[in-house]
Design a protein around this ligand. Sequence first.
Ligand SMILES: Cc1ncc(COP(=O)(O)O)c(C=O)c1O
Length: 406
Amino acid sequence: MMALTAKMKIYDRLHTAHDGPYTACDGKLFERRQKAHCESFMNAIIFTIKKMSNPIYLNTAACGLVMPETLVAANQLYAGFEHNSSTRSEEWRMRVEGRIRQAIADFVGAEARSIAMVPNFSWAWNGIVQSLKGSERVLLFKRDYPSLLEPFRINHFDITWVDAPDGFNIDLDAVTKAISNKQVDIVALSHVLWSSGYKTDIKAIGDLCRQHGVLFMVDATQSMGANEIDLAQLNIDVFAASNYKWMNAGFGTAVLFIADGFLEKYQPVVGGHNSYKMVNGVMQYTPSVQSYEPGHPNMYGLTVLESAIKHKMGLGVANIQNHNYSLAQKFLLGIEDLPVKILGDYSMNHRTAIVLLKDEEGLGDYIKKHNIVVTQRNGLLRVSMHYYNTAEDVQVLVDCLKEKYK
Ligand SMILES: Cc1ncc(COP(=O)(O)O)c(C=O)c1O
């Protein structure tokens, strides 16, 4: 990975010379850079990373690859735990924890005081749902992720279910009507659907919710790290995402954002030592977003996350998104004339870099035999591409499918 690190340094120098240091990860600074420069940089990185991976890995929607350089600081931290763990961990809490919270906040366009660093999406979501009154009427999508749905279902919320009649596109008329007619108090949806790859228009839905006084809760586990997200521009009340997929930060951490208005109305019903603040030398119960961090943090995981955020900011999330979408487009074009069935059509409308195919006639096993890793589940194959994938990776899969159906 020396080559990659060197490239990053060169990039940092170029970047600083042109634009000044990064302040937020909105990718816009990167966009101003000459396209050719971006492409050659991206290609160099992709080439280096490609050499690291053995199988053709098209499965970030299941779990993202972790880059070795994002482990360095975390390994150093734990090496310190071999000899003086109390001092090292206290140092981390004093000096690093706040910095990581700020890095996360910058990455998603929020204030640090609205960010909790939680163990996973499901934990955060359950905590949030517990804080509701229980009488709220909630709009949910039938095929959304179980951890998004269950906390509402098992707690007997009044649920308005929406579906995707064609198996891909969420029934937006039903969503719009339910919000506009005030039939629901909360809309809770994934930004990108695990089950289809459908990308929800969180800007339009958030705006409509705000207009009608409806709360909007978003699961961004299948999007954060691969899609531009600027919470400052979005009307979202609660936003949560695990970091082991498109953030490439391994297991054990997730991000939770709670808007001020939501937190004022719905006080946390989970708590612990982080619910206390020192006031005039006395520890006082002071509930805040940090009540969602009741115990000691995952220092290793969060240190990996900090490095992963830096890595992504270096690449530019806008670049990652463009790269990934162009691979998805290439894949769709490549298989359009084959007798495989996909969820949705062959356009990029409401799509990210996740494509689901019907697993028929032994297709999944055939792909696996050719050393290509995708998700095989429930009669479907889920193909997903991230920044370390290349056009050649996609071509290998397309050729494999062509071979199967020739
Ligand atoms: C949309 C979505 N949300 C959440 C998760 C995972 O949540 P957790 O990390 O809490 O298990 C997944 C995993 O596949 C997912 O696809």
